[in-house]
Design a protein around this ligand. Structure first.
Ligand code: B12
Ligand code: SF4
Length: 499
């Protein structure tokens, strides 16, 4: 069987974006190859990609099965391509898997040109489907698959989650133009050591996925350390560009014993600098010490909001400010760079709440800030809230770096745009203000708070922007140094970090 994956991966705001490695289809491909099938990939990274090119690509690969994969942002493109196949009367079967069909299955299976969808982790279901298609057998009873049959849809139940992740083959990186992908061009190899996350943030897919799997086995699973290290060694052997490792796990150091064993083996057998994500509550002195010992030189920590009410009651993140500050301080004490994840435009957020986020980043001494507009993803608890409160507009937004799709009662779009654009600048300014002697600091903070939370702030800033820009340039030339070491990934300086 020849299976062609079709993966829209477009980030218009990143100039000349080459696409990112996606573990999901790389593992599916490895499983299919192990079963003796042939796989190929149409990795769509060009926003101008059109139907004639799709047709030409398909005629090169000549697939027996077309396998679409996407997040919610890619769904419109999948729908468009599948619709085109239907309009041409294509007889090649199609299947659509990934986070979007998993959490919004009705909408996806109803689309013309989509014959089947796969819900959740699908290594075994896809292998079973390919075997059945190859042998001309029935395929409408395969667990995890929804299959269109005439005007009805057969919805098969989910199979239990795979518990031993070591049973999976290593990801098929060669399916992609691996050395030329976004992070790989920077020398980083992407690795995942686990699946799942135990936290319950209301905006994240993990909460919805855990609910979906309910009692179908442990949701959080780790590969053995040996297995992870062997894969890294293999990737290093196969690709000379690898100078560092980029762990994409939701939270890498979740289990103490695993972390200790990993640090020992990684130092002995890999010794490459790496970065990973961590939840502030797991940033204990012991964990940070172990991460540093292993060679971690960058920690990515979710702040999301500086306002405690928003964090606790809206986002489901029960964290006090002290714990967040301690996490950054610990990382800094071990010489690690830090990156914070932040969102603006969260339901119930006001300009003052956003300012608290700005100030928390300033106090935490973050090296790099990633700022995105909050986006409600189907299946998440916060999506339901946004839907109920009628906040979701009809605006088409291609990326959450660019704009928000919500209409928020306490935050005008002008204010949101201002914070998106100047979040990092404001953070730099507050960082300087916090260093002033107390009475001056208090006065400056009071003044700044008043200006930045007023409705007039966006137009005021627009007015002084050209002057401020010139003054800034002159000052930098005079002082012959950069404004600050704080780097930003936001609307102004788009990059790509995982959320
Ligand atoms: C690594 C990662 C990335 C990587 C890779 C992109 C990707 N496609 O996942 C990068 C950095 C590029 C990225 C970017 C973005 N990401 Co991201 N990312 C993740 C992360 C942390 C892990 C994904 C992963 O590799 N999992 C491991 C694999 C093995 O599991 P899996 O993805 O579920 O794949 C299995 C099944 O889904 C299924 N499957 C998948 N495809 C197919 C296809 C077929 C045919 C079949 C049968 C089955 C199937 O089988 C797979 C194997 O079991 C997830 C969070 C998470 N825990 O899933 C967020 C997540 C996917 N990202 C998210 C978001 C929002 C984004 C961005 C939109 C952010 C942005 N910058 O604007 C972009 C979108 C990029 C894109 N191409 O669409 C959201 C998506 C929400 C949604 N409903 O769309 C998630 C769910 C996090 C969250 N907020 O909840 N991301
Ligand atoms: S946002 Fe992060 S910590 Fe929260 S559930 Fe998702 S992956 Fe886990």
């Amino acid at each position: 069987m020849k299976i062609t994956f079709v993966y829209p991966d477009i980030l218009e705001i990143v100039p000349d974006y080459k696409g990112a490695f996606y573990m999901g289809i790389a593992i599916l491909s490895a499983v299919l190859k192990r079963e003796g099938h042939e796989t190929s990939l149409i990795h769509i990274t060009d926003p101008e990609y059109d139907l004639p090119r799709f047709e030409a690509d398909l005629s090169v690969h000549q697939p027996n099965l077309i396998a679409f994969s996407s997040t919610t942002n890619g769904w419109e493109r999948v729908r468009h391509l599948a619709g085109f196949l239907a309009s041409r009367g294509s007889t090649i079967p199609t299947i659509y898997g990934g986070i979007h069909p998993t959490l919004a299955p009705q909408e996806c299976i109803a689309a013309p040109g989509i014959d089947m969808i796969a819900i959740g982790e699908s290594e075994q279901p896809l292998a079973n489907l390919c075997r059945a298609l190859q042998q001309g057998q029935e395929f409408d009873k395969i667990p995890n698959l929804w299959v269109k049959k005439g005007s009805t849809v057969i919805r098969n139940p989910l199979s239990p989650l795979l518990q031993n992740l070591d049973d999976l083959p290593f990801a098929d990186r060669a399916l992609f133009d691996y050395p030329n992908l976004h992070f790989e061009l920077q020398g980083a190899a992407t690795i995942m050591a686990s699946r799942g996350c135990p936290f319950a943030c209301t905006y994240c897919c993990n909460t919805a996925l855990r609910r979906l799997y309910n009692d179908l086995g442990s949701y959080v699973r780790f590969r053995s350390v040996r297995n992870v290290i062997d894969e890294i060694k293999q990737v290093r052997r196969d690709y000379a560009f690898v100078r560092r490792v980029h762990f994409d796990d939701d939270i890498l150091f979740l289990r103490r014993e695993w972390a200790e064993e990993f640090a020992d083996l990684y130092v002995r057998e890999v010794r490459l600098p790496f970065c990973c994500n961590v939840h502030p509550s797991l940033c204990t002195a012991q964990n940070v010490e172990t991460l540093a010992r292993a060679g971690c030189d960058e920690l990515r920590i979710g702040i999301e909001s500086g306002n405690e009410m928003i964090r606790r009651t809206v986002l489901g993140r029960s964290l006090d400010e002290g714990k967040i500050l301690e996490a950054f301080a610990l990382a800094r004490s071990k010489g690690m760079r830090t990156l914070s994840f932040n969102m603006v435009g969260i339901p119930d957020e006001t300009p003052s709440c956003i300012l608290e986020s700005v100030k928390l980043n300033a106090r935490a001494g973050v090296d790099e800030i990633q700022l995105t507009a909050f986006h409600p993803y189907p299946g998440s608890a916060l999506y339901e809230v946004c839907l109920e409160k009628g906040m979701i507009s009809k605006r088409r937004v291609t990326s959450y770096y660019v704009d928000s799709i919500l209409d928020l009662p306490d935050l005008s779009r002008e204010q949101l745009r201002m914070f998106q654009r100047y979040f990092c600048t404001f953070s730099r300014v507050y960082r300087k203000v916090f260093r002033l002697p107390t009475p001056v600091r208090k006065a400056a903070e009071w003044l700044l708070d008043g200006i930045l939370t007023s409705r007039m702030a966006p137009s005021l800033l627009r007015g002084i922007r050209p002057i401020a820009h010139r003054v800034g340039v002159v000052l930098r030339v005079l002082m012959r140094r950069n404004r600050s070491k704080l780097k930003c990934v936001n609307q102004e300086r788009p990059g790509l970090k995982e959320p």
